[in-house]
Each structure stands twice: as structure tokens, then as C-alpha cells.
Design a protein. Structure first.
Length: 519
């Protein structure tokens, strides 16, 4: 067999293996998703979901629609590819479901099933969908998009599905319309009876987080629709669902949250009920407490609840613990703080919410040429950072709102209980970095400075009120450039090219300068 033919066969085998892997990963995630959701429901005392092939088909259709059209949402447009129905119940009917009593959760661009479900459980309306006391079957669809995996979850009631498939049309007595695929009248009593059959299989009260739960996220950001439209960051919501099969009327009398070790009440909070829910998604049996500030990491909280249910008091007290930070944590405000890190060790950096900037909307960084910087997100205010480099090498981070901070390699970190840090790079380190290099001081108002090719220079931007937060450049295709942002107004530049070639630098604050290469 020729070498060329062997190479072709090898490539075909690689393609076949890649296709198998691409197909297998979503299937593995689907199995994980079913298992994880039912694990959470069982822990909450609820019956697990059974698996519905019809709802799985409708969920898969919507996951495919979202990925094909690079969208995120519950609604579909008829003029787009992969359209199967405008709303979740329309898509369920298209797939063959007979009942319109279908709810949907989705999350886009996720790493895996657990991240998808945990994120949805932190959002109150989506949490209630997963913990719905009237639903007992589930279908999950997963598709890839350019950012990760799209997950779609369709929940239904198999008794209502059978009832709508075989229910008898009525001409008298209480009835519902538009609850089944056939659009005809159905007995309201018989319809409610099927829903009540599932309610009865679930407990009188469902709370979240669970009593004794560990690793609860300390923060909630947003949801569509938004239960806190005037807040962009808050604490993780605590919820209570009372079972309508056991109670006719429930009134909330006490719902409070305390930090367990100090017995300090968490304030301010906002309570949501059917009357106070801004989106009218809560039933008369649903209640939620939102801490208006994010909770602390690795802290035990106590919830105290008292309701009057059909005239009698029903109470519950329970505790949960927020997640521990997986790394040593710096807590800063983004005011050009200098954070000294030991090389090859991971650290968390928490940037506190500010009035105008409640979380990080934009994040970029510039590292010195020889250093590697690994960055990942813990939440929208917290990143994980690991440096690999020599002492004094640094990375400069820039955030929205002209905020910034520096992480710099040191023989030991400068973490402290007061969380106070000097601003700018360590003077000694900066001197060591620049002491052997030629450099220029410019006001960046159009100056032209000469540099030799393939040599490092420092450039200090003088007479500026704000730090340089952005550096862009324009140069010829056959030129090469390396730029490091050493400090708020100091750049380290190396250019490669031919004498006479020019590179133009554009800075924030409407500043600019040019570099011309010399012999």
C-alpha cells in the first residue's frame, strides 16, 4: 500500500473519530443532565422526572434552532432556519405532545451540564421550573454553538398529556380551552384532577437552598425576565414553594436570613410574592428572599420562615453554606492596585461592585513578552489568575470604567487581611526591568521617536491625568511588534522591520505618537 494511500486512510480515520467524539459528548452531557436534575429534585423531596422522548425531541429542535441561528431565547421566528414553533408549547405540539402545559428552561454557551443547571438554579423563575410540583417528565436537547453547548429543557405532566390525547369534549360544566392540542373544550375538573395527582406525590413544602447545602454561589446576576430589574448584582435567592394539594391559602408572616456565626440579620433584602413579583410569574404558593448585596464566601447562613397555611402556623428553620474560594483571594476595587503573586500558583481576584460598574463587563490584559498569564472566570466579579514568569514580570489588567490592576511575579505574595495594596508596579522591579534599556519620555501629542529594529525600548507617557488603558498601533504588513504595558503610563516596545518604516501608536485619552526605524 502506498504512503499516500496510508495518509488518506489515516486522515479519514481521524475525521471519523472526531465525528464520533462530537456525537458522544452531547449524549454524555444529556445523560449527566437527566441524572443531575433528578438528583437535585430528589434531595428537595420531589419525585424525579421521567424521560419523555417527545419532549426530548421538542427540546432538541429548539437547541438546534438556537445553535443554527446563533441566538438565545425561548421564542422562534418563522422566517429562520429550523423553525418548529414560536413558543415552547407550540414546539411540544409540533413534536407530538398533546398538552400545552409545558415549561422550558435553556442556557447557551455552557461548558457542561452541571454548569448549565447550577446557573439556572440560581435564577428564581428557572429554578421554579425545575422544581415544579406539577411536572413529572422531562426532555433535554443539546447542541453545540461557537461558545460551547446549548441546553434546552422541556418539562411536562404525563397525566395531562394522556388526558389531552384521549379527553372527551364537553358541552356543559366548567371547561378549559386552548390547553390541549385539539383546542376543544375539556373538563376543568378532570384537567385539574390530573395536575393534582402529581402535586400529591410531592411534599407539602420545598425550600432552596436545601437544609445543610454546601457550595451555594454567593451571588445572583440577572435573568430574563428580571426579578430585580433595578439591581444588576444581588445575593443568591432563597425560595419556598408550598404545595397547593395540601393548602388552600398561604400567607407569609416571617422570612429572614441570618449569618449564623454572628447571628447578624442580612439586610437589605427584597421579598417576592405573587403580589410583589414584578413579572407576575409567582403563584400564591411561591415566595423568595433576595439579599440585595452578594453573600460572603464560605459562610453559613440561617433561614427562618413562618407562614400561616389555612389559618395554622407552619414554620421551618434551616442553614446552608456558600462556596469556598478555590484559591487565595485578593479583594480590590480596580484602582491600579499592585498584586504580587508567586509564579505557577493560582489566585482569585475579586473586583468589588461599584455604583456605576456592578460587575466586569470588559476585561483585557497585556503581559510582558516572556510571561504566561492564565485567566478564567469564577463569577462576573471574580477571576482566577496564574502567572508563569520571572520575578518582576507583570501583567496589566484593564476593566470597564477606566479601572485597572497589576499582577506581578514576586518571591512571595502580598495578600493581607486588610486587603490594602500599593498602586502601580513595585519601583524596584520597574527599575530592574528598565535599567538596561534605552527609552523616551513623550507627551504623545504626535511626536516621532527613533528606534533600532529588534531592540527593546521603554516609552513613558508624561503629563497625563488618567492611566493609559488602551494601546493600539498601525504598521506595515512586513513589520513585527511586541508591546508590554509595564505601568499606567509606561510601555515596553520592540519593533522589527527596515530602516525608514513607521509605526503609529494610538492611546486612550486621544494621545498618539510615531516610531520610525533607524539603522
Amino acid at each position: 500500500m502506498s504512503t499516500k494511500l496510508l495518509a488518506i486512510l489515516f486522515c479519514l480515520l481521524l475525521l471519523f473519530a472526531a465525528e464520533l467524539t462530537a456525537e458522544r459528548i452531547p449524549q454524555q452531557e444529556k445523560e449527566s443532565a437527566y441524572q443531575y436534575i433528578n438528583q437535585l429534585r430528589t434531595r428537595a423531596g420531589l419525585i424525579p422526572f421521567s424521560r419523555s422522548s417527545i419532549l426530548e425531541k421538542s427540546a432538541a429542535n429548539h437547541a438546534r434552532y438556537l445553535s443554527k441561528n446563533n441566538l438565545a431565547g425561548h421564542l422562534q421566528s418563522r422566517n429562520r432556519p429550523e423553525f418548529t414553533g414560536e413558543k415552547p408549547d407550540d414546539r411540544a405540539l409540533f413534536a407530538g405532545y398533546a398538552s400545552r402545559d409545558v415549561t422550558e428552561n435553556f442556557s447557551a454557551g455552557q461548558k457542561d451540564a452541571q454548569n448549565s443547571i447550577d446557573g439556572l438554579m440560581s435564577a428564581i423563575y428557572h429554578r421554579f421550573a425545575f422544581l415544579d410540583l406539577s411536572k413529572n417528565e422531562l426532555g433535554i436537547g443539546i447542541e453545540r454553538n461557537h461558545q460551547g453547548l446549548n441546553f434546552v429543557y422541556n418539562m411536562g405532566n404525563d397525566r395531562l398529556n394522556r388526558f389531552c390525547r384521549y379527553g372527551i369534549f364537553l358541552n356543559d360544566g366548567p371547561f378549559y380551552t386552548s390547553v390541549c392540542r385539539h383546542q376543544g373544550k375539556v373538563s376543568a375538573v378532570d384537567f385539574d384532577l390530573r395536575k393534582n395527582e402529581v402535586w400529591k406525590q410531592n411534599p407539602e413544602m420545598v425550600v432552596w437552598p436545601l437544609d445543610g447545602a454546601l457550595g451555594i454561589p454567593p451571588v445572583f446576576y440577572d435573568e430574563t425576565p428580571d426579578p430585580l430589574p433595578d439591581y444588576r448584582v444581588s445575593g443568591y435567592p432563597i425560595s419556598v414553594q408550598m404545595n397547593p394539594s395540601f393548602f388552600k391559602k398561604v400567607e407569609l408572616e416571617r422570612f429572614k436570613l441570618f449569618q449564623q456565626d454572628t447571628n447578624t440579620e442580612v439586610v437589605p433584602i427584597r421579598l417576592l410574592t405573587k403580589r410583589l413579583d414584578p413579572n407576575q410569574r409567582f403563584s400564591a404558593f411561591d415566595f423568595a428572599l433576595f439579599p440585595l448585596n452578594r453573600l460572603a464566601w464560605d459562610t453559613v447562613y440561617r433561614v427562618e420562615l413562618m407562614v400561616k397555611a389555612d389559618g395554622r402556623p407552619v414554620g421551618k428553620t434551616w442553614t446552608f453554606q456558600t462556596a469556598a474560594v478555590p484559591s487565595p483571594m485578593f479583594m480590590i476595587k480596580g484602582r491600579n492596585e499592585n498584586l504580587q503573586l508567586v509564579s505557577d500558583r493560582q489566585y482569585a481576584v475579586y473586583i468589588a461592585p461599584a455604583n456605576r460598574y456592578p460587575y466586569i463587563e470588559r476585561l483585557r490584559w497585556e503581559s510582558m513578552s516572556e510571561m504566561k498569564t492564565e485567566v478564567s472566570w469564577l463569577d462576573r466579579n471574580t477571576i482566577l489568575v496564574k502567572l508563569n514568569g520571572k520575578e518582576c514580570e507583570s501583567t496589566h489588567f484593564f476593566l470597564n470604567g477606566d479601572r485597572s490592576f497589576i499582577v506581578q511575579v514576586a518571591d512571595r505574595d502580598n495578600l493581607n487581611e486588610e486587603q490594602t495594596y500599593a498602586r502601580g508596579p513595585l519601583p524596584g522591579c520597574l527599575i530592574n526591568t528598565l535599567k538596561d534599556l534605552p527609552g523616551f519620555r513623550v507627551s504623545a501629542r504626535g511626536e516621532v521617536i527613533p528606534m533600532k529594529a529588534d531592540q527593546d525600548y521603554w516609552v513613558e507617557i508624561t503629563a497625563i491625568d488618567k492611566p493609559v488603558t488602551e494601546v493600539k498601533w498601525q504598521l506595515l504588513d512586513n513589520m513585527q511588534i511586541r508591546v508590554n504595558h509595564l505601568e499606567r503610563n509606561i510601555l515596553k516596545i520592540r519593533l522589527s522591520g527596515f530602516p525608514g518604516q513607521i509605526a503609529t501608536f494610538y492611546l486612550s485619552n486621544s494621545r498618539m505618537f510615531k516610531v520610525v526605524l533607524t539603522k
